[in-house]
Design a protein around this ligand. Sequence first.
Ligand code: NAD
Length: 462
Amino acid sequence: MAGSFDVVVIGGGPGGYAAAIRCAQKKASVALVEKGDMGGTCLNSGCIPSKALLGSAHFLTLARHANLMGLEIGGVKPNWAKMQSRKDAIVMGFRKGVTGLVQSNKIKLFEGTGVVAAPGKVRVESQSGALEIAAKSIVLATGSVPIEIPAFAFDRRTIISSAEALSLAAIPESMVIIGGGVIGCEMACIYATVGCKVTIIEALDSLLPNEDAWVGKLIAKELKKLGIQSMVGQKVTAVDVAGGRAKVLLESATVLEAEKVLVAVGRRAVCDKETVDALGLEMNGPAIAVNEKMETNAPGVYAIGDCVGTTYLAHGAFMEAEIAAANACGEDEKMGEYNLVPRAVYTFPEVASVGASEKKCAEMGIETCVGIANFRSNGRSVAHNEGIGEVRVIRNTADDKIMGVTMVGATVTEMIAAARALIGSTEKITDVSFAHPTVSEVLKEAWEDAFGISLHIPPRHS
Ligand code: NAD
């Protein structure tokens, strides 16, 4: 036995490392097992590298619009190799940072694949052999992988997943993106901005179909300005690859040709079969079933993050890590409302939402009054040439409770935490001072409008 710990965490992504650090802060002895790079999908092939490339692409867009700001800048163009090395340096820096943070909390790091061989026993397999560690509690945080569709399985060269799309050697001349969800729309913004001809194929009837229809429509309109073609309500039946080019066949018999095909149709939870069998884990399809304490059906075994298939969001995993860590350390905590975990999409412009959408409220039979305020009426947004988009605040007319907030605009991902905090607050919106002039005043205006009391919007609700 190579050691015995109060808590062994398997997986070093946002869920796993957060759970490990919290347990260590609560004075537990903790081991963390990671088979790849610290930081998981989020840091190495998800949130951070995509935001690094989006950061460069956004800067390029701003520079191209310089004349609208009264500036003359000539000859701005992307240097893909430098965009890639900048992205890699950012990832490397955070990877070192997270590793250092884990070590500074005196967490024992094991490099290798963690498998639960029996209750309380974790086997770590690596190139240098296998060792076994004992655990009083185990936290499974084994993540997810991109969903693969057999009719167009990844070949990792022409038919690629988001992981390869973040590290292409050169800007392709054209790309078809299958799936107009979060990854599809973000990747489309990156590639279209640097000069690739992008077409998105979405099976449902709008882009970002999890949000209200106005969001998808507005995003499709804005993506079109970047040269992105969106084909919604269309299914891909097959992709043929020959000579390094793809022919994408749609159900409608349309054929599209492209240099790359990015398949972004969702992610699938991952947990190895031996662990599932050894613990007799109850599953929800590929995801590990957990209760609101993040407990699996196996005593002392918790599961969090993408492997439980709840949010597929890093900050969702952070929330679940808090709960699992508290319970693994003898406390009694339960997950709050998943609905209040914000959703953020880093397109140009951005999308962010929290709580229930208008369509969800309608499905629940809730009568609502929707406050709307737009960015083109906001001083700072106009000053920054960022007048596209609006904020909608959804009020339940029966009890005046705010059910949800949805925003589209240049920097709304930075405003969604304020919306979340306001939903949880008992303060009256008119008592909350928003600095002027700021972009976030649009949130206040929309919130007030949901009650028919916006200062800067003419009366329009009865
Ligand atoms: P997603 O669920 O957001 O979107 C997948 C889309 O593909 C859906 O709109 C779906 O209707 C469509 N689709 C499915 N099968 C199709 C087919 N055969 N043809 C055409 N369209 C099809 O999934 P994703 O974009 O792959 O992202 C995976 C996960 O990662 C998501 O849960 C997402 O929330 C998370 N993620 C989050 C962020 C962020 O928070 N900014 C960024 C990237 C990924």
